[in-house]
Design a protein around this ligand. Structure first.
Ligand code: GLV
Ligand code: MN
Ligand code: MN
Length: 397
């Protein structure tokens, strides 16, 4: 709740966009808590923050435990923050109990997980895992043209540590489910077996700018009509594909944005997701052919640019097993779940065994100010995180 005060919104959520002043304040608070807990804090060139609790074997690879503190523009208090703060709770609990682990434990706060300000999502954990070049991440731009590098420097979080390139024993992340399955099934713990694939696009429909009044409708090349037709048909295609196909159009803009001008062009974003990569390939083709067909029909020009593809990920059996065992030993009700949302763990799975734990959120709602969880579920998730972390760090669960 103290962390949620940073960037708090009147409706009870948080607005803590990556590398904003609010993100800086959240990082400073986290760093103060980490240092009070005796963790050695380092920051890499992309602002990813690490807090080291040494292991018994100083040469052993660390277990990474954490999530992200950045939020959606009108986000909730728990998406990301729960996992970062539970990781701190894990090391504090181990200290209080006098438990040492053979492998070090490194708590982590990943930069720009949301990708809301600097698309795409998870780019900095992606660079850590070698999926992207560091320069690619540094050059990402927000809507006003400011780069991730500039904003890292501005808030004082362009660290010295090289990004990734080191061995990681395993990675664990506690997160709210962000969907309704656990709540509907009355289960406390979601054992996350994988994450569905996602493709992000920037789409532009170009027409011709003209006055809103004098030009006959039949003579206009109005890109808004084209965008409306593409989107209506795309929603139908996704609905007809199957129940696992997901579409969101989170940003739409006309240019110029003036009520008495037919715009020159319309830009919108497309977020397509599906648990099967082959299905995403089909949906990708549907989007492209729809844009071509509709713009041909209407004498417009279409452009579809895919800016991100995060293929479906299946987590490591070792981590899934550690989560299942911890939840079972602690007596929590549990079920396997497949994540609908993206997470930094997606990229971690490329370089080490990775796994996730979900706890329910009210109504399955997230990326909204109304996001809420119960203290009991948060505690259960943190307990599972604790025991699974100890197991992966080579200790006695
Ligand atoms: C991150 O929240 C994503 O799933 O886009
Ligand atoms: Mn998240
Ligand atoms: Mn999120």
């Amino acid at each position: 709740m103290e962390m949620a005060r940073i960037g708090s919104t009147p409706a009870g959520g948080v607005s803590r966009l990556a590398l904003s002043d609010e993100d800086r304040a959240a990082r400073e608070l986290l760093r103060s808590w980490w240092e009070a807990a005796g963790l050695r804090t380092t920051v890499d060139e992309l602002g990813n923050m690490f807090g080291l609790r040494p292991g018994l074997d100083s040469d052993a690879e660390p277990v990474l435990v954490g999530s992200h503190l950045d939020s959606q523009p009108t986000g909730g208090r728990f998406d990301g923050a729960l996992g970062v703060l539970a990781a701190l709770e894990v090391v504090e609990s181990l200290d209080a109990a006098g438990v040492a682990t053979p492998h070090p434990i490194e708590v982590v706060n990943w930069t720009n997980e949301e990708g809301s300000r600097f698309p795409p999502a998870m780019a900095c954990s992606g660079a850590f895992a070698g999926a992207f070049d560091v320069d690619y991440a540094l050059e990402l731009e927000d809507a006003s043209g400011r780069t991730l590098a500039e904003e890292l420097t501005r808030i004082g979080y362009r660290g010295a540590r090289p990004v990734g390139g080191r061995g990681i024993r395993a990675s664990l992340e506690l997160h709210i489910e962000q969907g309704p399955i656990l709540e509907s099934a009355s289960k406390t713990i979601g054992v996350v077996t994988g994450v569905q694939g996602a493709r992000w696009y920037n789409v532009r429909i170009e027409g011709e700018a003209t006055h809103a009044g004098p030009v006959p409708m039949s003579r206009r090349r109005d890109p808004v009509r084209g965008a409306a037709r593409v989107l209506d048909r795309l929603y139908e295609a996704v609905r007809d594909y199957d129940d696992d196909a997901h579409l969101a159009v989170g940003e739409i803009g006309t240019h110029p944005a003036s009520r008495n001008t037919v715009p020159a062009h319309v830009d919108f974003t497309v977020d397509l997701r599906h648990p099967e990569d082959d299905a995403l390939t089909v949906l990708d083709a549907s989007l492209r052919s729809l844009v071509t067909r509709v713009t041909d029909e209407m004498a417009l020009v279409g452009d579809v640019r895919q800016i991100w593809h995060s293929p479906t990920v299946r987590f490591a059996p070792e981590c899934i097993g550690a989560v299942r065992a911890a939840s079972g030993a602690l007596g929590y009700s549990q079920m396997d779940v497949f994540s609908g949302a993206g997470h930094d763990s997606v990229y971690l799975q490329r370089i080490c065994p990775a796994g996730m734990i979900f706890v329910p959120c009210a109504g399955g709602v997230s990326h909204a100010e109304s996001e809420s969880i119960t203290p009991e579920d948060a505690e259960a998730g943190a307990n599972v995180l604790l025991h699974a972390t100890v197991q992966l760090a080579g200790g006695e669960p």
